[in-house]
Design a protein around this ligand. Structure first.
Ligand code: PLP
Length: 417
């Protein structure tokens, strides 16, 4: 018996426990999702054994005839999905995709302009400990204090003052849409490239439920595992092939060695699924769930919602006026069976390790089949659990309500023993 269970019972046991944890709890980390079984099957396939440095039909290794077909399928499906002229499906992650784009377009010391991390940006958009903050000169724009929307006047002003070579539009914790055309207008004014990092909202774009950045940006990057619902990984897209050579050689040999063809196969499967009607219907439920959650929390005294609502798959709960801080809120929700992460809110008075917010996403529950009625229960449980005065008995009852929801929507029934 060469199964995982027989070969390595310690690892097997944890995989089984993780499956049960994912089933039992309500996964509301906004960057997570549940990859379909077909995606996991591709990722767990013999393609993991294959070296394929290079690109389809231009490899540095023999025996690539099948992975060539797979990688070309992934490229063709991705370009079709987003109406792009160019795609690279090899980046191992979203961070790698961003690193490759920056290495392709910038020299060390050049200036980049991105959304500040504590206002919803990502580490790779210029955080000081990240490669982006270490290699490049960083300018950061913010959201406005009154409505929590990206301050495009500040973007324009900083673009003229700091003359960035790259402007980054995109976010990890921002509940609204960005004005890609306005970003491009500003980039053109100062001769900068515009990169849109759509890691979080790519699934919404694929479903036609969010404006596409592809017509506006010089380059678009994404992860494949958030709203897009595929395997963990990254991709790079562009409307035209103008930057194709630069971007390809920046990924390989610039940043990476052999591509993960098993992951690329899983990406190809995910891109196929993302073009189907069921995917759009699921993204509609994702958006509906986020709106239901925001609406319920806005009705709850003592709790705010950053920007007063949401246009996407996440809600940023504002606890600046609450006795509870972000850490306590994360723990409370964990106690009732809901997994989230604490997150700084704009103008957060508490330190980042504690913070005054939680980021709550609905993509994973939508993938599990949650409908409006289910999301109404989830929203009520979240609102009640975050009441500072809630009792242990009430928390037990709330945990019972989440457990019942989890059982109503079994996760991976085909994998449960
Ligand atoms: N870009 C954005 C906007 C993200 O939110 C993330 C992940 O959180 C990344 C890039 C990085 O992706 P990965 O974790 O795959 O490196």
């Amino acid at each position: 018996d060469r199964s995982l269970a027989a070969t390595d019972p310690e690892v097997y046991a944890q995989v089984e426990c993780e499956l049960r944890r994912q089933h039992r709890t309500l996964e509301m980390i906004a960057s997570e999702n549940f990859a379909p079984v077909a995606v996991m099957e591709a990722q767990g396939s013999v393609l993991t054994n294959k070296y394929a440095e290079g690109y389809p039909r231009r490899r540095y290794y023999g025996g690539c005839e099948h992975v060539d077909v797979v990688e070309q399928l992934a490229i063709d499906r991705l370009t079709a999905l987003f109406d792009a002229g160019y795609a690279n499906v090899q980046p191992h992650s979203g961070a790698q995709a961003n690193a490759a784009v920056m290495a392709a377009l910038l020299a060390p010391g050049d200036t980049i302009l991105g959304l500040a991390l504590d206002h919803g940006g990502h580490l790779t958009h210029g955080m000081h400990l990240n490669f982006s903050g270490r290699l490049y000169d960083v300018a950061a724009y913010h959201v406005r204090a009154d409505d929590h929307r990206v301050d495009m006047a500040e973007v324009e002003q900083l673009a003229h003052e700091r003359r960035p070579k790259l402007i980054i539009a995109g976010w990890s914790a921002y509940p609204r849409r960005l004005d890609f055309a306005e970003f491009r207008r500003i980039a053109d004014e100062v001769g900068a490239y515009l990169m849109v990092d759509m890691a979080h909202f790519a699934g919404l774009v694929a479903a036609g439920l969010h404006p596409s950045p592809v017509p506006h940006a010089h380059v678009v990057t994404s992860t494949t595992h958030k709203t897009l619902g595929g395997p963990r990984g990254g991709v790079i897209l562009s409307r035209t092939r103008d930057l194709a050579k630069k971007l390809n050689s920046s990924v390989f040999p610039g940043q990476q060695g052999g591509p993960l063809e098993h992951v690329i196969a899983a990406k190809a499967v995910a891109f196929k699924l993302a073009g189907e009607p069921a995917f759009r219907e699921r993204q509609e439920r994702t958006l509906l769930g986020a709106r239901i959650l925001a609406g319920r929390l806005l009705d709850e005294p003592g709790i705010g919602v950053v920007s007063g609502g949401t246009d996407v798959h996440l809600v940023l709960v504002d606890l600046r006026d609450s006795e509870l801080d972000g850490q306590q809120a994360e723990d409370r929700l964990h106690r009732v069976g809901i997994t989230v992460n604490r997150n700084a809110v704009p103008f957060d008075p508490r330190p980042p390790m504690v913070s005054s917010g939680v980021r709550i996403g609905t993509a994973a529950l939508a993938a599990r089949g949650f409908e409006a009625d289910d999301f109404r229960v989830v929203a009520d449980v979240v609102a009640r659990a975050l009441r500072p005065e809630v009792t242990e008995t009430e928390l037990d009852a709330l945990a019972g309500r989440t457990a019942a929801l989890a059982d109503r929507h079994p996760l991976y029934p085909e994998l449960q023993a």
